[in-house]
Structure formats: structure tokens, C-alpha cells
Ligand binder design. Structure first.
Ligand SMILES: NC(=O)c1ccc[n+]([C@@H]2O[C@H](COP(=O)([O-])OP(=O)(O)OC[C@H]3O[C@@H](n4cnc5c(N)ncnc54)[C@H](O)[C@@H]3O)[C@@H](O)[C@H]2O)c1
Ligand SMILES: [Zn+2]
Length: 447
């Protein structure tokens, strides 16, 4: 978004006039800024300037996004209102109106097999008029074709874009595809995310991004339109394959290393149990500390992620701690596709970066060993033969191109603390890479 800088505004030669917008009796009018106005004042502004060539109007129109992320239990119990009304603040009037509720639901095919009956039961018990569309929302199918398919079906079914949000139920792929379809339908139709994998629970559901792959590039087409709400129920994770739980743990570990020592220590202590139990805490044998670990670790992962995302929803600021693990991994992920899951590639990147932080004297060798041991206890790969020095350098030069000429490398400066660096020299990188390969490569474990 471009609007006059303070300097331009102060500069007389710019001949800038500032107007505010005031509404009276349904009509908006521009009025000189700074006066006391009766009527409804917009936060938008219009700046007008005249130049030798003509006139220029600059519109400043702040757009506010509000969305809710709700952690809940028993989302599919018939007496739980969240799925239908959780996105609305005052739903009493709507609930008591007796009007039928209508929902269009897109669901990952595999998730439909596991939970389709339960969802149908819920919708029937609540007298919802619905259409459920199971789709093969795999990474290979993450394309505009599925977006178009959803749009066609939504159009056939017909929804009120003010009051009938589209529901997306599945992993990150499903949520990303549906998010894009919804933001295109009638220019912006509200949608709700119900994540069913750990990665989607702690990562894909929390921010504003949606998208699909295009021209062999990941998420090349997409937007920054958040859902109206995300409803998070850990019980879906019970059926997620173990490797996909590890995959999600990698993104949690990222937030722990960047911002939260307590989360790091929790994952260090309880990570393996979380992996074994798939974050489930029902049943007689469960210990209280395990239940605490499951809820505290997901809560902290989400809170730390939100702290970084909320002030930078459209990623205008390129210095982002959440990019940790995402500098080398895109190149590696695409090179070995489909051998590594996203979180696995991210972890290999983080592992190398930990060696680099140590080589630079930012992290003590004991801290580095703790991190690597923690990664291994979460059953995440810490090294990969295809992650060559050549690939690392290529990935970093790509990063330079797309990050305004600076590498903007987040590195841990202690456990749970980090800073962005732009001054890693080639020799240090080579030394760190050598050490990383010697200590972790081909089956070597750290001391
Ligand atoms: N929008 C964002 O901010 C954001 C953030 C991170 C990742 N992503 C995207 O998310 C995608 C990865 O997400 P993912 O790891 O969830 O992958 P995914 O959606 O492919 O799901 C992984 C696998 O788990 C299966 N599955 C889903 N839920 C299940 C359940 N409850 N029980 C059993 N099986 C289940 C799926 O069918 C699939 O085979 C990537 O495309 C990535 O680009 C988006
Ligand atoms: Zn990621």
C-alpha cells in the first residue's frame, strides 16, 4: 500500500491537501482534515496534490481483519455450538431466530473416511442444510483445478456470503485450497478452518495465508485473506500418522527456538510422549503432566506464532523470525519431492542453522547438542545427503533476490531467543557446514 511519507507531506512543493471522510444521512463527503465534524468519521483519508502534469489523489484506506482462533474439545458433539456459531460474537439472536442454517463443507477425502459419519450426524442433529464435498486435497493436487471445482460446487449450492461461511476440514493443503476458493468467490466469502493435522493446527490455521502451487512452484498463487475463524480440536490428531505428528512438531520447535525457552524445555522433556500419545489426553492411564504438556505446548506455539504474525499479516516486513528453518528448506523440499515432508525439510534447515549459530559464537556447543538431541527425540531428520553446500549457497542467493537484497537470516542467540543477521560470511558458513556433515552426516550422532 503506498501513501505519502511524512517527508512528502511536510514538503511544500508536494502541495498536498489532506481530507477526511465524513458520512451524514448516508452520504460520504470529503472535508478538510483537522476540523471538528459531526457525522460518522471514517479512518480512511484522501490526499490530493497538484503537479505540473495534473492532479493526483492518494487514497489511504486502512483495512482491518478480525478473526478468531478457538481451541475447543468435542467440536463434533451435537450440543457444541462452536462449529456453527463460534465465529459470531453475539449469536443468541441468530440461534433463537429458528431460521435454518446452511453450510458448504469441503473436506479432505481421507479425513472424510474417518470423520464423515460423525460430521454428518452433527449436521443432521442440528438441522443444517448442507453440502459436503470430499476432495483428494493432496500436495500433488494443490492447484487451481481444485479451486475451480470448489467454486463450481459452491455456486450450484448457493450460499449467502454474509452469513454462511464455507467450512474447510482437513490438513494444511485442504485449508489452503479452500481459503483461496473462498477469497475468490464473490470477491471474498468468509471461510472457517478446522485443522485435522498437527501442522495445520499450530501453523496453517493461525495466519492469513492461503494458496495453491503453480508452474511447479509452491504456493505461487494465493492471497492474504484470513478465515473468520479457526476451530481447533486436538482429538482429530489421534488418527494422524506418526510421521505427520513429527512434521508438526518441527514447526512448534521453530517457535520454541526463536522465542520461548519454556516451550523448548517442554518439548525436550515431553516431546517424545506427545509424539507417542499424539497429543491425546483422554483415558485412565494419562498423567496430569502429559495433559498439561499437550495443552500448554500447542497454546504457546499458537501464541508465539500470533505475536509474530498479527503485526505483519501481509508479510510487508521482511525481517521475520518465523522464517527460521525456511531459508534452505524450500530448495531442499522441491529437490527431493516427495521424499521429505515440509516440517522435515524445515528441521534439516534448522539443524544446519544451529551449527552456524554455534560457529558464529551465538550459541554454546552444549546448547547446540541439546537442540539436536531434542530434534532426534521428536524423530525429525537432522541431516540430509541432498542438502549439499552448493544447494545451501543457491538457496541463500535465492533468498537474497526475494528479500530486498539482504539475507535476513534468523539465528538463535540462546535457547528461546533469536535475532536476524545479514553478515554471515562464506568461510563461517563452510566451516559450519563441514562440522554439520562430519557430526551428523551418514548416521553420526552428536555427543
Ligand atoms: N497457510 C499457511 O499459513 C500454511 C502454513 C503452513 C503450511 N501450509 C501448507 O500446508 C500444507 C501441509 O499441511 P499438512 O502437513 O497438514 O499436509 P496435508 O494437508 O497433506 O495432510 C497430511 C496427510 O494427512 C492426512 N490427514 C489429514 N488429517 C488427518 C487425520 N485427522 N487423520 C488421518 N490422516 C489425516 C491427509 O489426507 C494427508 O494425507 C502445505 O501445502 C503447506 O504449504 C500453509
Ligand atoms: Zn513452515
Amino acid at each position: 500500500m503506498s501513501y505519502p511519507t511524512d517527508r512528502e507531506i511536510c514538503d511544500n512543493s508536494y502541495k498536498l491537501k489532506e481530507f477526511q471522510l465524513v458520512q451524514r444521512n448516508g452520504t460520504w463527503n470529503r472535508e478538510s482534515a483537522g476540523f471538528c465534524h459531526s457525522g460518522r468519521l471514517s479512518s480512511a483519508k484522501i490526499y490530493e496534490s497538484s503537479t505540473a502534469n495534473g492532479r493526483c489523489w492518494t487514497v489511504l484506506s486502512p483495512i482491518v481483519f478480525t478473526y478468531k482462533i478457538i481451541q475447543c474439545e468435542n467440536l463434533l458433539d451435537a450440543d457444541n455450538d462452536t462449529l456453527l456459531f463460534g465465529h459470531i460474537d453475539n449469536c443468541e439472536e441468530l440461534k433463537s431466530s429458528g431460521n435454518p442454517i446452511k453450510r458448504f463443507i469441503v473436506i479432505d477425502e481421507a479425513v472424510h473416511k474417518l470423520y464423515g459419519d460423525k460430521i454428518t450426524e452433527y449436521l443432521k442433529a442440528r438441522n443444517v442444510i448442507y453440502k459436503m464435498l470430499p476432495l483428494p486435497t493432496t500436495e500433488e493436487n494443490k492447484s487451481m483445478e481444485l479451486v475451480t471445482k470448489i467454486l463450481e460446487e459452491v455456486h450450484k449450492f448457493g450460499i449467502d456470503r454474509r452469513s454462511e461461511p464455507i467450512l474447510a476440514i482437513g490438513g494444511g493443503v485442504c485449508l489452503d485450497i479452500v481459503g483461496l476458493a473462498a477469497s475468490l468467490y464473490r470477491r471474498r466469502t468468509p471461510y472457517i478452518r478446522v485443522p485435522t493435522t498437527l501442522l495445520a493446527y499450530v501453523d496453517a490455521s493461525v495466519g492469513a495465508k492461503n494458496g495453491v502451487n503453480f508452474a511447479n512452484c509452491k504456493n505461487k498463487i494465493g492471497g492474504y485473506i484470513p478465515p473468520v475463524a479457526a476451530f481447533l480440536d486436538r482429538s482429530f490428531l489421534e488418527t494422524v500418522p506418526r510421521r505427520h505428528i513429527s512434521n508438526g512438531l518441527a514447526e512448534m520447535l521453530k517457535m520454541a527456538m526463536m522465542k520461548h525457552k519454556g516451550l523448548f524445555e517442554l518439548l525436550e522433556r515431553e516431546g517424545r510422549n506427545l509424539l507417542d500419545s499424539k497429543f491425546q489426553t483422554r483415558g485412565e492411564t494419562d498423567r496430569a503432566d502429559q495433559a498439561h504438556a499437550a495443552s500448554a505446548s500447542t497454546r504457546i506455539a499458537i501464541e508465539t506464532m500470533l505475536e509474530e504474525l498479527a503485526p505483519n499479516l501481509w508479510e510487508d516486513d521482511l525481517d521475520r523470525l518465523v522464517d527460521f528453518g525456511h531459508l534452505i528448506s524450500p530448495e531442499l523440499e522441491m529437490k527431493v519431492l516427495p521424499a521429505l515432508l515440509h516440517g522435515e525439510a524445515v528441521n534439516i534447515d534448522m539443524s544446519l542453522m544451529v551449527y552456524l549459530a554455534c560457529e558464529r559464537g551465538l550459541l554454546a556447543p552444549e546448547e547446540r547438542s541439546r537442540v539436536i538431541r531434542c530434534m532426534q527425540s521428536l524423530e525429525l531428520p537432522v541431516w540430509h545427503q541432498d542438502c549439499s553446500l552448493e544447494l545451501v549457497k543457491k538457496a541463500l542467493s535465492e533468498r537474497l533476490k526475494h528479500s530486498g537484497g539482504l539475507v535476513r537470516m534468523p539465528l538463535p542467540t540462546a535457547l528461546g531467543q533469536a535475532e536476524i543477521f545479514n553478515d554471515t560470511d562464506d568461510d563461517t558458513l563452510c566451516l559450519a557446514f563441514q562440522k554439520w556433515c562430519t557430526e551428523l552426516g551418514a548416521g553420526h550422532l552428536p555427543k
